[in-house]
Write a protein that binds this ligand. Structure first.
Ligand code: C5P
Length: 232
């Protein structure tokens, strides 16, 4: 896979116009965008249709955690929009994840990714919600459930990638947000890492947001991410 195909830019914008402005400024280098709940809610599905019409792949980060029927309906709606990836919460268990996988079968390009533990969470945060396992154990437990449910891959922090690749095998997608460029502040990520470190550890894709979208020159920032991946 070439480096550009591995980089997903998170369009965490509060309007369709703002998102399209960022896409314009990044230019042709970026082929894959993540649309999350903020942009979907503010800009509507037209944002996704617009990206697909421009030839971009879309990761629709719905973070589904609902009854299986509702999850399946949301996945079908995403498939109709032409997106490539949708997320479902592993904490919802195999019933929810299986419903998402089954609903995706009618859309050959659609991949279901399970969220394990959100990258900002710590062992203490898990204890607060009654999960006694530390983050690394919980990540592997949920990834195992995701594999059993037929998910195509997982979302995981850079630091969990190597262990996950071992658990999931070579074919699974491992998509890592929480990456920062070398020398940059890790924002609020509790478990950050560089794009290169994530890919070297076995990530199939990296998600980078503000380091690109809020840069003075988003196209140059995107190239820095790419350079980090391709340098010898
Ligand atoms: O921090 P950045 O702007 O690169 O975030 C890009 C994406 O990474 C966000 O859209 C969010 O889904 C994900 N993220 C995360 N955990 C955080 C911060 C961001 O999973 N603590």
């Amino acid at each position: 896979m070439d480096a550009n195909a591995r980089i997903i830019v998170a369009l965490d914008c509060d309007s369709r116009a703002a998102a399209e402005g960022v896409v314009d400024r990044i230019g042709d280098g970026c082929r894959f965008y993540k649309v999350g709940l903020e942009l979907l809610t503010a800009g509507g599905p037209e944002v996704v249709r617009g990206l697909v019409a421009r030839g971009k792949e879309v990761f629709l980060d719905l973070k589904l955690f609902e009854i299986p029927t509702s999850v399946a309906g949301a996945v079908r709606a995403a498939g109709e929009l032409g997106v490539s990836m949708v997320t479902v919460h592993g904490m919802g268990g195999t019933g929810i994840m299986s419903a998402a996988v089954d609903a995706a079968r009618d859309y050959p390009g659609l991949r279901i990714l399970a969220l394990t533990v959100v990258t900002s969470m710590t062992d203490g945060d898990l204890a607060d919600i009654g999960v006694g396992s530390p983050v690394d154990e919980q990540v592997l437990r949920l990834a195992g459930l995701a594999r059993e449910a037929g998910c195509h891959g997982v979302i995981a922090s850079p630091r969990d990638v190597a262990a996950l690749r071992g658990t999931l095998g070579a074919g699974a997608l491992v998509v890592t947000p929480g990456v920062t460029l070398p020398g940059e502040s890790p924002a609020e990520h509790a478990r950050p890492g560089t794009p290169r470190a994530a890919v070297d550890a076995g990530a199939s894709h990296v998600v980078v947001g503000r380091a690109v979208t809020r840069a003075a020159d988003p196209a140059a920032a995107f190239e820095r991410v790419r350079d980090d991946l391709v340098r010898p």
